[in-house]
Design a protein around this ligand. Sequence first.
Ligand SMILES: [Zn+2]
Length: 61
Amino acid sequence: MLRLGEESGREVLLAVQMISCPSCGERLPIDDDTPLGTVIRHDGAEFVLTREFGAFALEPA
Ligand SMILES: [Zn+2]
């Protein structure tokens, strides 16, 4: 999946993965190059980005 982003002031297409929130199931777009361990804030809670079976996953922080 791609989304429109900005890089150095220019519009670029970025690869994103849609990840299901482990608590409410909402699908969250995560940029493909987001480093593992990044804290994602959502629903007033914090989740840590991990990788499982080759795909991103979220774990409660
Ligand atoms: Zn949620």
